[in-house]
Design a protein around this ligand. Structure first.
Ligand code: SF4
Ligand code: MSK
Length: 626
């Protein structure tokens, strides 16, 4: 099939070309069309110099010194406004991740009390390890008793008035010392987020550097707090991921099955939807309607959670959520929270797809709301899946077109699984780094964004890294992008430089390791902390780097901030709204080195972005004398 240049330039993914062609023919708009209609995007917003924090405004600072206002009505300069806006983004992102973590703590609490409907404690070894970390006695106690204490302890992390947050102490001592010295060692998770909202209120904190420090502090409470809680407690409840084979891309939808797309973030919902999908009565119902069965697939980070733990196929990443509906083959799109486009409501009305929201926190126009709760989890999940199955009868076969493309992938590389693959210790990995077979480790994460050709940033950057012997660990929408092009197969080692290729072949692992969802970037932090501790250095001394080639969400801003705060140089592939504040820009790209031993770079060209990361690793290797 030949597609117009306009379509081809939007993505590197052939399924996207096919679905956009279909959308164009049917006169259906997608995120790409809405982006084009938005152009040119607001220049003040792009620079970060507009402020609506009080009703004397809105104010905006002119980028030209001799033309237009240089201060807001209250006197705020461009740097003050940019810093306030930036850290409010961090507050939004940290709140999202941390609320996710809180929901997991809640589910653990209910499960320990015997009040949850269908959950159980699956990873007792992790429960025991976490209990030990929190100083909770395990001897002679049931797993529920231990879990109850653990749930209360992690719950308390959110409302703490004084720190430290327990998991921050996994970081090397030198890192903790630096955080303390700079006053950015977080106290309670919620406290740091609330303090951002206070400090950015009119007439409070008007020192750009002081504002940014609070942003870093809240971000650390996200990465080493809320996100880490989300990951660890998910593992306790649903099992710690282990390598498993799966498939990725829209070709995982099946014309002869009831197709359910689980989209959003929290495994509390998706684990129960998965359980409901194998309910014999619902499967029989689906068969009674002429389907061969129920096909559950995942989208975005819910997809990653299901994929990592159960090998459930990934339908696609952020920019593909509308395209899944446009296949006409999705009987239900079930969502919880985060990264769900409100556009889905109108879109689903053009098809038979039932758009089902499940969280009181996230309602959408055009969605049917079926409130989910942990107490009755399995029975509600069965109702939701039952509704999807019923909707199969409304499918219009003439409207169905499922692209064929999908790729196999090997996923499930939790930190524990990586250590197991290495034979029980990190030493073989550290030896490979010391010998130069592996130049360094890159964490490549984050969203899609129509500002950049879909998946090109992700795949272009990752391919360049592995070619240069950089082992890539990935989460979020980058993980899905790389899975779709076969980079998560052991055979992809052929695309790696000789050193990395040899390591991958000897271990039977891909050069790109799927570590999970966005909150699972905490797994990457844990690996970095363990490596630094093993070598007796700080994380900022390691030949590691981070990248978010196509980021768009506030969560990504918080992630970038905590990754840099952890001492990891990070390349952003889309430009953050900070360039209107010269001091803020300098602090983020240079000054941060003096505060946390790492900084940001912005590079929209993925190959050049990889080059910056490689140069950084070379410099760190030299400093380590390896
Ligand atoms: Fe304008 Fe200051 Fe109010 Fe912001 S806080 S809207 S800069 S007056
Ligand atoms: S889903 S935050 S678009 S990575 Fe976690 Fe993808 Fe970004 Fe959402």
């Amino acid at each position: 099939m030949a597609f117009s240049d306009k379509i081809l330039q939007k993505s590197i993914d052939p399924t996207v070309h096919q679905m956009l062609d279909r959308a164009e023919q049917a006169g259906i708009e997608t995120v790409w069309d809405r982006y084009e209609k938005m152009l040119p995007e607001c220049g003040f917003g792009e620079l970060g110099v507009c402020c609506r924090n009080c009703n004397m405004g809105p104010c905006r600072i002119s980028p030209f010194e001799d033309e237009g206002p240089q201060k807001g009505i209250c006197g705020a300069t461009a740097d003050i406004i940019v810093a306030r806006n930036l850290i409010r983004m961090i507050a939004g992102g940290a709140a999202a991740h941390s609320d996710h973590g809180r929901d997991l703590a809640h589910t653990l609490l209910l499960t320990a009390e015997g009040k949850s409907g269908g959950y159980e404690i699956k990873d007792e070894a992790k429960l025991a390890a976490l209990a030990k970390e929190y100083g909770i006695t395990a001897d002679g106690r049931t797993k529920e008793e231990i879990a109850l204490d653990l749930a209360k302890a992690v719950y308390a992390e959110f409302g703490k008035q004084e720190g430290p947050l327990q998991f921050t102490r996994r970081a090397p001592q030198k890192r903790v010392d630096q955080w303390q010295k700079m006053g950015i060692d977080p106290r309670g998770i919620d406290r740091e987020i609330v303090e951002i909202m206070h400090r950015t209120h009119i007439g409070v904190d008007n020192d750009p550097v002081n504002l940014i420090l609070q942003g870093l502090k809240a971000s650390i409470a996200d990465g080493w707090g809320g996100s880490m809680v989300a990951t660890e407690i998910s593992d306790v409840l649903f099992g710690t991921p282990e390598p498993v084979r799966s498939e990725a891309n829209l070709g995982v939808l099946k014309a002869d099955h009831v197709n359910i797309v689980a989209h959003g973030h929290e495994p509390v919902l998706s684990e129960m939807i998965l359980a409901a999908c194998s309910d014999p009565a619902l499967v029989a119902k689906a068969k009674g309607l002429g389907a061969k069965g129920i096909n559950l697939v995942g989208m975005c980070c819910t997809g990653n959670e299901l994929n990592m733990r159960h090998g459930i196929p990934l339908a696609g990443n952020f920019m593909q959520q509308e395209l899944a509906v446009i296949t006409g083959a999705v009987d239900a799109m079930i969502v919880d929270v985060q990264c769900i486009m409100p556009a889905l409501g109108d879109l689903c009305e053009c098809f038979h797809t039932q758009f089902i929201s499940t969280s009181y926190k996230a309602k959408f126009p055009g969605a049917v709301h079926m409130q989910f709760n942990e107490e009755n989890a399995l029975s509600i999940a069965k109702e939701i899946v039952g509704s999807a199955v019923d909707n199969y009868a409304n499918r219009v076969p003439e409207k169905v077109f499922i692209p064929e493309e999908k790729s196999d992938c090997m996923v499930g590389f939790s930190a524990e699984a990586i250590i197991k693959a290495l034979g029980g210790t990190l030493d073989p990995l550290l030896d490979a780094i010391k010998s130069g077979a592996i130049k360094g480790i890159a964490g490549v994460v984050g969203c899609n964004n129509p500002k950049i050709k879909h998946d090109l940033g992700h795949v272009g950057l990752v391919k360049e890294l592995i070619k240069n012997n950089v082992l890539v660990v990935t989460t979020g929408c980058n993980a899905i992008a790389t899975a779709k092009v076969g980079l998560m197969l052991p055979e992809a080692a052929d695309q790696a430089g000789d050193g990395l290729k040899g390591v991958c072949q000897s271990l039977g692992i891909p050069p790109v390791l799927h570590m999970g969802s966005c909150v699972d970037i905490s797994r990457i932090l844990n690996v970095c902390a363990a490596a630094a501790n093993a070598l007796g250095v700080d994380i900022s001394d390691l030949p590691v780097a981070g990248a978010a080639p196509e980021w768009m969400s506030e969560k990504a801003v918080s992630i970038g901030a905590y990754v840099v705060s952890s001492g990891i140089f990070t390349v952003l592939g889309t430009v953050p709204p900070v360039l209107g504040g010269p001091l803020v820009t300098e602090v983020l790209t240079q000054g941060a080195n003096d505060v946390v031993g790492a900084a940001f770079a912005v590079e929209t060209d993925p190959v050049k972005g990889a080059g910056l990361m490689i140069a950084h690793m070379d410099a760190k290797r030299k400093a380590l004398g390896i």
